[in-house]
Design a protein around this ligand. Structure first.
Ligand code: EPU
Length: 418
């Protein structure tokens, strides 16, 4: 089990390069198996455990995968298996995208129930509702989702909750449905647009991704394409929080500033100097931070995936801040860890009330999930003394080379392999 040891208290200066978006890549890689002609050459894949896991699952289904740094070539022309049942499938949430991809291409999928971060109940009823509306029969059998259809027929589907996963998954299956599918109350996250652009590059006919109404005209086959994944909005946001918390001046490069507007707006409200450039954002902070209130919302609102790093930042901001988590009911596990470091936070239901303190002190803490881990890294960077973070494997699921990127701008982080 590896640990990160952080010596806190150093300001950050320099440049951080943001990698490709995890939540786009983990949907685009399963979508690539829908090509029955040619190969998909995909670039800007983040080097994280979640993409390694998805690639290994795709290989287990019979696709040929060759990886070179951040690029991957996927040849799924000879693929025939529709049964995703390896250990990796159960480990990660995004393996559910194989249901939509396999159901679309082969009209049959058997995918073990997905895992992922323990941040609350994570139902997939809206995914199933969409597949059934397209004409599939879906059942849960021996811990796997089994979806099957003689044919898929386009229809109107209204999602009862705004769901990133359901929007993408049903979009994948609908690419091969006969006629037109209209998805209403769709999620609008940047990675949904990215997946739609990828599918369109393969020959799909999808319009409206990025709005709440997505229209898909069914087609008969998809072919390979060349594609590059968008930059990771959440990785960028996490480094924006780190720079604001530590003080100094950091350029966060390879970003789409528009995707970061909700985060930039909150930082500006806190007194941080934020400059948007064409494809980078500069954060300048004197650490003289003002508390603010935050409510997480679907895009373009403040992202739930930045809520945990934001809680750390607010723990050292002057005055009282209130954080309302409206997407996940159990996403405050990092608070008990922050309290070990001297933060004053109380949680009631989905609301955290934070009384800012002037400093945190280093302690032994745990990365309870992916973004909680990022929150603890930021806490370690600003704390006096040494912080030791265990369960680093959670952080490695979503942040490529986190200690190298932060050490390059002045952090002091060591990975201990035990
Ligand atoms: N929901 C339902 N029924 C469904 C699907 C979702 O009730 O069928 C509810 C969920 O319980 C939740 C809300 O709808 O309360 C939103 O869930 P959503 O489906 O949007 O989440 P997801 O697709 O499972 C993705 C990201 C998460 C991110 C959320 C929200 C991936 C692989 N995961 O999850 O990312 O928090 O969208 O933006 O894309 C992370 O990266 O740390 C992470 C957890």
């Amino acid at each position: 089990m590896e640990k990160l040891v952080i010596e806190g208290g150093y300001p950050l200066y320099g440049d951080i390069e943001v990698s490709g978006a995890k939540n786009a890549a983990v949907a685009i890689l399963p979508a690539a198996i829908m090509a029955c002609k040619g190969v998909c050459a995909i670039d800007n894949i983040p080097d994280i455990n979640d993409t390694k896991c998805i690639l290994s699952i795709i290989e287990s289904l019979g696709a040929k995968v060759s990886k070179n740094n951040n690029s991957v070539i996927i040849d799924s022309t000879c693929m025939t298996s529709v049964d995703a049942n390896t250990e990796e499938v159960r480990k990660m949430r995004a393996s559910y995208y194989l249901i939509g991809a396999l159901l679309g291409r082969f009209k049959k999928a058997r995918v073990e129930m997905p895992g992922g971060c323990a941040i609350g109940v994570r139902p997939i009823d809206q995914h199933i509702k969409g597949f059934e509306a397209l004409g599939a029969k879906v059942k849960i059998e021996h811990g796997a989702v089994v979806a099957e259809a003689e044919e898929l027929i386009g229809t109107n589907i209204y999602f009862d909750v705004v769901s990133v996963g359901a929007t993408i998954n049903v979009m994948l299956a609908a690419v091969f449905a006969e006629g037109k599918t209209i998805l209403e109350n769709s999620a609008k996250e940047p990675h949904i647009v990215d997946v739609a652009n990828f599918l369109n590059s393969m020959g799909a006919d999808i319009k409206g991704a990025g709005t709440d109404v997505i229209k898909i005209n069914g087609i008969k086959e998809l072919k390979g394409c060349n594609y590059s994944v968008i930059p990771d909005q959440i990785e960028a946001g996490t480094y924006m929080m780190a720079a604001a918390a530590c003080g100094g001046k950091v350029n966060i490069n390879n970003v789409i500033p528009k995707h970061l507007e909700a985060i930039s707006a909150k930082l500006i409200e806190m007194g941080v100097h934020v400059t948007e450039n064409e494809d980078s954002i500069t954060i300048e902070s004197s650490r003289d931070l003002k508390g603010v209130n935050v409510k997480t919302l679907p895009y373009p609102g403040f992202p739930t995936d930045i809520q945990q790093p934001m809680t750390t930042l607010l723990s050292i901001a002057k005055g009282r801040s209130i954080v309302n988590e409206s997407i996940w009911e159990s996403r405050f596990k990092h608070v008990d860890e922050l309290k070990k470091m001297g933060a004053k936070v109380s949680v009631e239901n989905n609301i955290a009330i934070i009384e800012g303190v002037s400093k945190l002190s280093g302690a032994k803490v745990t990365a309870t999930d992916l973004r909680a881990g990022a929150a603890m890294v930021i806490a370690g960077l600003i704390a006096n003394g040494k912080t030791e973070i265990s369960k680093v494997e959670h952080i490695d699921r979503g942040y490529p080379h986190i200690e190298e990127k932060l050490n390059r701008v002045g952090a002091k982080i060591t990975r201990i392999k035990k």
